[in-house]
Ligand binder design. Structure first.
Ligand code: C5P
Length: 232
């Protein structure tokens, strides 16, 4: 299969004009590639967790790229052109918003926030607002409104799914893409690599374990996977 894209933790292959195979590797990066490692088994866990969550979102009316899991590391997906926006939803302050706005870590927001970053490694994925996204022709205003509504719907669904395994969804990043019929689909992955998940003692079960060297990443991801799998 022709390789279309190699990311930090995934490789995308073209399976047919309308389908791709996403292969999850064990690559781990943080700080836009400043910290790098290979963590054996991470790709398998992310692939399994992401597939469970995409299936759940699909069953609940979210339009996604997911077709089916092929094996432990490969997932068949509808081919989309990624809209170069990182769509970040926050329920609780942590990470960059704490540093940027001086909010105390752990502050619970009355309403979830949605923010956009421009997906561009050379620029360090800078924040951008709707006007900038329209000016750069990344998306139309209607598409941005649709993406925000979808992101909030996904937040409600994921929050309750994680609540059912006694985890709090602090924040997460989504990516959307357009298929060849112009339909906007949720794409990329949803895993502890791009979500923050805390247990009821505010202990992290996500990539902060790697970013902050605060514990065993595989143990954390395995716990998330087993809890989701047992309750599927
Ligand atoms: O770093 P920051 O606090 O802005 O991250 C917010 C959420 O988005 C976190 O869950 C993080 O894992 C995710 N994220 C991501 N990829 C990025 C930036 C953030 O998955 N490039």
């Amino acid at each position: 299969m022709k390789q279309l894209y190699q990311g930090k933790a995934k490789i995308v292959y073209e399976k047919s004009p309308q389908e791709v195979v996403i292969h999850f590797t064990d690559g781990a990066t943080a700080g836009n590639g400043a910290k790098k490692a290979t963590i054996e088994g991470k790709g398998v866990l992310n692939s399994r967790i992401s597939n469970l969550l995409f299936e759940y979102l699909g069953e609940n009316g979210v339009v996604t790229h997911f077709i089916k899991q092929l094996n432990d590391r490969d997932t068949l997906c509808r081919k989309v052109t990624i809209i170069p926006l990182e769509v970040i939803v926050r329920n609780i302050a942590s990470g960059s918003i704490v540093r940027r706005l001086g909010i105390e870590k752990g502050t619970v927001f009355d309403q979830p926030t949605v923010e956009f970053s421009y997906k561009n490694d050379d620029l360090g994925d800078p924040l951008l607002n709707d006007d900038h996204a329209v000016a750069l022709k990344i998306a139309t205003r209607e598409e941005l409104d649709h993406i925000k509504r979808e992101a909030l719907k996904i937040n409600d669904l994921l929050k309750s799914r994680f609540y059912s395994i006694a985890m709090t969804l602090v924040d997460f990043k989504l990516e959307f893409g357009k298929d060849d019929e112009g339909v906007i689909r949720l794409a990329d992955e949803i895993s502890p690599d791009n979500c923050r998940l805390w247990n009821n003692e505010n202990i992290s079960f996500d990539k902060d374990l790697f970013r902050e060297d605060s514990g065993d990443l595989i143990e954390g991801y395995e716990a998330v996977y087993h809890l989701l799998e047992e309750t599927s």
